[in-house]
Ligand binder design. Structure first.
Ligand code: PRT
Ligand code: ZN
Length: 283
């Protein structure tokens, strides 16, 4: 079996969740903060801990077979890699922002203006698509101070809560791109059986994360109404209770419409509802 290499962020916003998802896949390894590489003991995999900016190129060149990194970083690097899976964390939006007092309301007003950013490639593409001729000031960090210093008229940066914009007297103007952490692989590695095995494990963890296991009791006369609300993985499991005329129903519920479903179940006659986390769903 080939020993794969996966590159993840060494420290920063994506490190913890990247380590967590690999551990949830049942992989055993030491998360050595001080070393660059860690060996998984129960799967042919080595983990490389890198700066996030280096990950797309390492994967494109096949130095690492796989990588976990923000989609924005992959696109900015223009890396030729295979996208295997969105991972549901590190979510953010890349936005153009202007000073709160600015009277810019139309995109065309950016013509001839200067925009500070650390993401010149993504910004240029957006401006070109929209026929805007603005000057891009490429700076490596703290772009939000640009307008205050008179360095630029606008900024283009990652926003999650919007707190940083506000604290610097800026307001969002245009959303350009949504991003989240993604699993990428080199084009050559995408179809390797070991890569597909790891991908399946990651997908089973993601599926489990977005669902809850539910056990509830219901009178047999109301069973059909309750079952209609519960598709389950295949269909709900129904087992008799010791008390005559009652059954227990086991099923899974999607996290996103959890409370709505629970309320509907109660209204349909469900009692003693117990909800549990799911570790993995293997289909
Ligand atoms: O050291 P290394 O180079 O590896 O890390 P880094 O400092 O370049 O990146 P890091 O750890 O800050 O971010 C890694 C990835 O997380 C990014 O590429 C994004 O895909 C994703 N991500 C998600 C974010 C944010 N949310 C985020 N809020 N990356 C950066 N920010 C910054 C943003 O630049 C701005 O300064 O947070 C500030 C805005 O946050 P709010 O909440 O105030 O809006
Ligand atoms: Zn970085």
């Amino acid at each position: 079996m080939k020993t794969l290499k996966i590159a993840i962020q060494k420290s920063g916003r994506l490190n913890e969740k990247s380590v967590e998802i690999l551990k949830n896949c049942g992989l055993y390894f030491e998360n050595y903060k001080s070393s660059l590489i860690s060996t998984v003991t129960n799967f042919p995999l080595e983990i490389l801990f890198l700066r996030d900016d280096d990950i797309p190129e390492y994967v494109q060149d096949g130095i690492a077979d796989l990588g976990i990194v923000g989609e924005n970083v992959v696109i900015e690097a223009g890396a030729d890699v295979a996208y295997l899976q969105k991972l549901g964390f590190g979510k953010c939006t890349l936005k153009i922002a202007v000073q709160s007092t600015s009277n810019i309301t139309e995109l065309t007003q950016l013509n001839g203006k200067a925009i500070a950013t650390s993401y010149p490639v993504i910004l240029q593409k957006y401006l070109t698509e929209n026929n805007i001729d603005a000057q891009i000031r490429n700076i490596s960090g703290s772009v939000e101070i640009g307008p205050g210093l008179g360095l630029s008229d606008a900024i283009f940066d990652i926003v999650s809560t919007g707190g940083t914009l506000k604290n610097n007297g800026l307001k969002p103007f245009k959303n350009v791109m949504d991003s989240e952490a993604v699993l990428i692989s080199s084009k050559g590695a995408a179809l390797l059986p070991e890569v597909q095995e790891l991908l399946q494990r990651i997908q089973s963890v993601l599926r489990a994360k977005s669902t809850k296991y539910v056990v509830l009791n219901v009178e047999k006369s109301k069973l059909q109404d309750v079952v209609n609300l519960l598709p389950g993985v295949k269909s709900p499991t129904v087992v008799p209770l010791f008390e005559e005329g009652w059954v227990a129903v086991h099923s899974v519920i999607e996290e996103q419409d959890f409370w709505e479903k629970i309320n509907q179940l109660k209204a349909a006659g469900a009692e003693g509802i117990v909800v549990m986390p799911i570790e993995k769903i293997i289909t």
